[in-house]
Design a protein around this ligand. Structure first.
Ligand SMILES: Cc1cc2nc3c(=O)[nH]c(=O)nc-3n(C[C@H](O)[C@H](O)[C@H](O)COP(=O)(O)OP(=O)(O)OC[C@H]3O[C@@H](n4cnc5c(N)ncnc54)[C@H](O)[C@@H]3O)c2cc1C
Length: 385
C-alpha cells in the first residue's frame, strides 16, 4: 500500500531542507548510513546519550560482553558525514511553527522531523506486581529496585552484583515478569554468579509470573524446555497468586515496556498505552513531514510488540519516505510488519531458546546464531560506509 498526500515543500530557498532526528534509536542510526538521504538534507541528530543494543544486554549483564561492546556513541557516526549532533533531550514541540525545544534551552527549526525515542518501563500503581511491597526486604538490609531500560541500568546492576559477589555477601534477586526480558535477566544473573564461583545458597534468583508461567506465548514444548533449563540453573519460578512476600535484596522490574514518559507534551496524536499514532508510512497522523519509528510509535491498526527488530526494519522505509516527502507528487511506502519474527532468548552458559512462530529449538546452536546476529548488527551499524 502506498499513499500520496498534498505536502509542504521546505520553505528555505536555495538551502537544503532541515531534517531533525530526535533519538539515536535503530531506525535513525540506519539513516546515518544513507548517503542519498544525507546529501538531500541538512541533518541534526538530538540524543542525550548513546545507542545501547538490547540484543546484547543480557550478555553484558552475564559478564560475557563488556558494556562498550553494547554501545555506539552517535558522535562516531555523525562525524565525517556532515550530521550535527546535539546532546540534549526534546522537551517540547511546535509542529505548526516547526520548532523543537531542547533541554539545553535551545530551539531548533526543522522542515522534516523524525522521532525515534524508544520506550520506558510502565509505571505501576501500588497494588500491581511491580509495586515496592511485592517482595519484602531482608531485615537490616536495604532493597534495591532496578529497571531494565534504559540498558545502562543493567550495567549498574552488574557492577552492584559483582561488588557484593566479591565481598561474599549473599544476594537474593526477585525478577518481576517472566517474559523474554525477565527470563534473560534471571539467566544472566545466574551466569554472572557462576562466573564468581559463589558458594551454594549465596545467590537466590526468583522469577515471578502471574499464573501464566515463563514465556506464556511460546509453544508448550518450548516452555517445558525452558522450565527444565531454569531448574538446572537453580532459578525458582514463583507464581504471584500464591506467594507475594519473600525477602529479596534486589527487585528487577521486567513487567513490560510502555511509551516514553511525557509523550503528551509534544502535542502529537497518541494511542493510549501504545505511543505516537502513525500511518503505515510512519508519518504521524494528521501531520505533514513528521515521522515516528521504533518503540515510541504505534501503527494505528496494527499493535506490535516492542522489539528492536521493528525499528531496524522501519529504517529503510523511513529513509525512502523522508526523501519522497520532498516531492509533492511522490507516494510514500508502507511499513509491512513481518507476520512473525525470530526471537532468541539467551539462557546463558552458551545456551539459548529460539522461537519463530510455532517453531522453536533450544541449545548451543541457537546461542551461536544469536551471538552471530547481534555482534554482526553492531559491527554493521558501527562501520562507516
Ligand atoms: C533486557 C531487554 C532485552 C531485549 N532484547 C531484545 C531482543 O533480543 N530483540 C529485540 O528485537 N528487542 C529486544 N528488546 C526490546 C528492545 O530493547 C526495544 O524494542 C528497542 O530498544 C527499541 O528500539 P528503538 O529504536 O525504538 O529505540 P532505542 O534503541 O531504545 O533508542 C531510543 C533513543 O531515544 C533517545 N531518547 C529518548 N527520549 C529522548 C528525548 N526526549 N530527546 C532525545 N532523545 C531521546 C534515547 O536516549 C535513545 O538513544 C529487549 C528489551 C530489553 C529491556
Amino acid at each position: 500500500m502506498s499513499s500520496t498526500t498534498a505536502r509542504s515543500r521546505p520553505t528555505a530557498i536555495g538551502s537544503k531542507p532541515r531534517l531533525l532526528l530526535i533519538g539515536a534509536g535503530h531506525a535513525h542510526l540506519h539513516l546515518l548510513h544513507q548517503s542519498s538521504l544525507l546529501s538531500r538534507f541538512d541533518v541534526t541528530l538530538v540524543d542525550p546519550g548513546a545507542f545501547w543494543y538490547s540484543g546484547l544486554a543480557s550478555g553484558v549483564l552475564a559478564g560475557d560482553h563488556s558494556p562498550a561492546t553494547d554501545r555506539i556513541d552517535p558522535a562516531t557516526l555523525c562525524h565525517g558525514r556532515g550530521v550535527a549532533l546535539v546532546r540534549a533531550r526534546l522537551c517540547a514541540l511546535n509542529t505548526d511553527a516547526r520548532q523543537a525545544l531542547l533541554s539545553n534551552g535551545t530551539s531548533l527549526a526543522f522542515d522534516r522531523l523524525g522521532l525515534n525515542l524508544g520506550s520506558a518501563p510502565v509505571l505501576r500503581s501500588s497494588d500491581d506486581e511491580a509495586s515496592s511491597d511485592s517482595a519484602a526486604s531482608l531485615p537490616g538490609d536495604k532493597q534495591t529496585h532496578w529497571q531494565i531500560k534504559p540498558i545502562p541500568h543493567l550495567v549498574r546492576l552488574r557492577r552492584s552484583l559483582e561488588r557484593r559477589f566479591q565481598r561474599r555477601q549473599s544476594v537474593s534477586v526477585e525478577i518481576l515478569g517472566a517474559g523474554a526480558s525477565g527470563v534473560e535477566i534471571a539467566c544472566a544473573i545466574e551466569a554472572l554468579g557462576r562466573r564468581h564461583q559463589l558458594t551454594a545458597g549465596a545467590l537466590t534468583i526468583r522469577l515471578r509470573h502471574r499464573g501464566s508461567g515463563p514465556l506464556p506465548e511460546a509453544p508448550a514444548r518450548a516452555r517445558r524446555y525452558l522450565l527444565a533449563a531454569l531448574e538446572r540453573r537453580g532459578i525458582l519460578v514463583v507464581d504471584s497468586r500464591h506467594d507475594r512476600h519473600l525477602p529479596a535484596s534486589d527487585i528487577v522490574d521486567a513487567t513490560g515496556l510502555g511509551p516514553p514518559r511525557g509523550l503528551e507534551r509534544f502535542g502529537l496524536p497518541t494511542i493510549d498505552g501504545r505511543g505516537i499514532a502513525i500511518d503505515p508510512s510512519l508519518e504521524v497522523q494528521g501531520t505533514d513531514g513528521v515521522f515516528a519509528s521504533g518503540d515510541c510509535a504505534a501503527l494505528i491498526d496494527h499493535p506490535l510488540p516492542r522489539l528492536g527488530v521493528h525499528g531496524v526494519r522501519q529504517g529503510p522505509v523511513l529513509a525512502r519516505n523522508l526523501i519522497a516527502s520532498l516531492d509533492p507528487q511522490a507516494s510514500l511506502t508502507s511499513y509491512r510488519p513481518p507476520a512473525r519474527a525470530l526471537s532468541i532468548v539467551n539462557l546463558g552458559h552458551g545456551e539459548a531458546l529460539a522461537l519463530y512462530g510455532n517453531a522453536w529449538w533450544g541449545g548451543r546452536l541457537a546461542s551461536r546464531l544469536k551471538r552471530h546476529l547481534d555482534l554482526n548488527f553492531m559491527q554493521r551499524t558501527r562501520r562507516l560506509r
